[in-house]
Design a protein around this ligand. Structure first.
Ligand code: IVH
Length: 673
């Protein structure tokens, strides 16, 4: 490469690596895979070595990145937290040994081989055996003091359980999230139609830097390294491992000893075979000189020790053809582009679809139908399209045009400011209707056995139901018309639907499919309000006061019940006899239930079966509601009796829910006369 080209390339690589460092260490996201990042960085190091004139002391090739963010106090490590040189290449391991032999003037070097944990680096300081502080790596010299968040981690050792603890010791390790916990959080996100987290490492780094604590996210810790130690009580890295195990610190499952790099390479293979059984993601092996004295002799550069190297396992990738980009309509109308792939075998499973996330992602990678693409799956991660193989692009290919109309109902799509997703705003859009009903019937909501995707699809296609409330009108005779339904299965499904009338309130709240509300939030809401009507009229202030409900969620709840068709659904479910109240506990400390109708406005028309209009008005007002004389869009309910007047038609045309006396009694709940 000639000098001018090299200068330009170095400038490009520095800015790219800096940008990816900010994404990775500060924003807890990654635009490219670790492999792509390592490749950029390796090219930069290579060019800076070949063209020393371009070397600069602030080059990201010589720095460790910086994870510090506002809101945390800084703490200076007693001994810097360095990074590691890494390689994907066996030959470079042998060069590493050759370098050490020259440096240390030794032939046989003893190594320790350890798992390289793909988490977030942490340093724990113990003074006289007690945990004093937990700090992130930061820029290597100074990190963020995250002690208060770290104390929420159950596996974090608070005491060093052994005789004669050193006066001061810094122990280094990695924070991580188990795959189960990662899957649990992503499943909740999927339910709420929120974007999924890409991998446990990004979620770990985002979680430990939350200003309000970890919330309900569980993190773990594993320790493997020695920082400062006063007085120093260790001679080798293996001794350090044995000792912290005796102190009952959480340690790596296994470390291997090896003499010479040939043996170390065999241990790396052994680790590769075992690593799937570890609780944390292991993206490589770290090979370290065992003797601490020799480590000191070898020394470090500004960025990394000369006595250690990371050998990284390549994430599994495969090339395949992208047949088609299709789009899916979610329960709340979110449109997701999906890559339909020619089936490939990858990381132990066959892959034929991969999410493309959103329009911006497709544009950024310029992914087109007919392209050959590289897909990657690192075990836990949802398969992703990493990049397009440009050289294989068919000549006539065209950039992908994101649809402007909903593929299912042809309604014009909308994109809200600040959102990456396009949505279909038509609540009657068939796939949305189907998914809402499916969600209502799902295990985590009303748990209706026998009402899965196939049955819901048929019910909607045949026009038997259009929303969840119509489930309660289905008869065994209706169901007999469906494929594979006999008298017995029809009866069973009717019975299963019937039995949901008595379920706990949180299941109903969850089943409504309010965006952002998963099972846990539904439980919190049910616990607090104890009645669905009370929830429908809750104010933002009241909502955000509940633990676990933030502003965005509160807005979503209010927005949901502001729509008249949703209020109508609640009213219809009440009419169908579903339990709208939680049994009120006898605990006198627990009696803060708000009035069931506060914030609601009613209009009354016609003759009610058993109460006068004045009695109805009194009951509504006593429960915190208001009664007005004329119907408008803001009216919550029209209470209608026999021979109603023009208010009835006006309510119908404005979409104001119409209820009768029995529904009013249901709404009044515990406030009923
Ligand atoms: S030793 C001075 N050992 O990988 C020695 N690091 O890419 C530096 N890591 O900053 C660390 N597992 O956060 C070491 N067994 C292990 C490790 C490990 C994961 C992390 C650590 C380090 C990063 C470098």
């Amino acid at each position: 490469m000639e000098e001018n080209a090299a200068r330009e390339r170095v400038a490009y690589l520095r800015s790219a690596v800096r940008r990816h460092n900010v994404h990775y260490f500060r924003d807890h996201t990654s635009e490219i895979s670790d492999f792509e990042y390592d490749r950029l960085k390796a090219e930069l190091v290579d060019l800076e070595t070949r063209f020393p004139a371009f070397t600069a002391s602030d080059s990201p090739a010589r720095q460790v990145g910086d994870d510090r963010v506002d809101g945390f106090a800084s703490y200076r490590h007693r001994k810097p937290m360095l990074s590691l040189d890494n390689t994907y290449n066996r030959e470079e391991l042998f060069e590493f040994e050759a370098r050490l032999q020259r440096l240390l003037d030794a032939t046989d070097v003893d190594f320790v081989v350890e798992p390289k944990i793909d988490g977030v680096a942490i340093s724990l300081t113990f003074e006289n055996g007690s945990l004093m502080r937990a700090v992130t790596r930061g820029n290597g010299a100074e990190g963020d003091d995250i002690t208060s968040n770290a104390l929420e981690i159950a596996s974090l050792p608070r005491k060093l359980r052994g005789p004669n603890p050193p006066a001061v010791i810094e122990v280094r390790g990695e924070l991580y999230m188990t795959l189960e916990e990662f899957a649990r959080i992503n499943a909740l996100r999927a339910e709420q139609e929120l974007p999924l987290f890409a991998n446990p490492r990004n979620l770990t780094s985002g979680t430990i830097k939350q200003l309000g604590g970890l919330g309900d996210r569980r993190l773990e810790v594993v320790l493997y390294g020695l920082g400062h130690c006063e007085p120093n009580v260790f001679r080798t890295q293996s001794e350090f491992h044995e000792t912290i195990r005796l102190w009952r610190f959480p340690t790596v499952e296994r470390v291997w000893n090896a003499t010479g790099i040939e043996e170390a390479w065999e241990r790396v293979q052994a680790l590769d075979h075992l690593r799937d059984s570890f609780a944390y993601a292991t993206d490589g092996a770290v090979i370290k000189v065992d003797s601490l004295a020799l480590q000191a002799d070898a020394g470090s550069t500004a960025k990394a020790p000369r006595w250690a190297i990371a050998y990284k396992f390549a994430a599994e990738q495969a090339e395949t053809r992208l047949r088609k980009i299709s789009v899916q309509v979610g329960r709340t109308g979110v449109i997701t582009p999906v890559a339909e792939l020619e089936t490939v075998f990858l990381a132990g499973t066959t892959v034929s679809r991969a999410t493309l996330h959103n329009e911006d992602e497709v544009k950024r990678k310029d992914i087109r139908e007919g392209d050959t693409v590289v897909v990657e799956k690192a075990g836990e991660i949802i398969p992703a399209v990493v990049e397009v193989v440009r050289s294989e692009r068919p000549q006539n290919s065209k950039p992908y045009q994101f649809p402007s109309l909903c593929p299912a109902c042809q309604t014009e799509l909308v994109r809200l400011t600040g959102e990456a997703a396009w949505r279909c705003p038509n609540a009657a859009c068939p796939p949305q209707v189907r998914r809402r009903i499916e969600h209502f019937a799902s295990r985590q909501a009303m748990d209706i056995e026998g009402l899965g995707t196939a049955v819901v699809n048929q019910l909607v296609e045949r026009g038997l139901i259009n929303d969840i409330t119509e489930l309660y009108r289905l008869t065994a005779a209706d169901l007999l018309t469906l494929d594979k339904f006999g008298p017995k299965s029809s009866e069973n499904l009717v019975r299963a639907i019937d039995s949901t009338r008595e379920l706990e309130l949180w299941r109903l709240i969850h089943g409504l499919g309010i965006p952002q509300i998963g099972a846990q939030s539904a439980k919190d809401l049910a616990d607090h309000f104890k009645s669905l009507p009370a929830l429908t009229s809750a104010s933002e202030k009241e909502l955000v006061a509940i633990d676990g409900i933030g502003e965005i969620v509160a807005e979503s709840i209010i927005g949901f019940f502001a729509q008249s068709q949703n209020r109508q659904i609640v009213a219809d479910l009440g009419r169908a006899g579903l339990k709208m109240e939680e049994a009120v506990s006898d605990d006198p400390t627990d009696s803060e239930t708000p009035l069931s109708l506060s914030g609601k406005t009613f209009v009354i028309t016609g003759t009610l079966p058993s109460m006068t209009r004045d009695e109805a008005r009194g009951a509504i007002e006593q429960a915190g509601g208001k009664v007005t004389g004329s119907v408008s869009k803001k009216t919550s309910y029209l209470l209608a009796g026999e021979s109603p007047g023009s208010k009835f038609r006006k309510s119908e045309s404005l979409g104001v829910p119409i209820i009768g006396e029995s529904e009013l009694r249901a709404l009044l709940g515990s406030d009923a006369l």
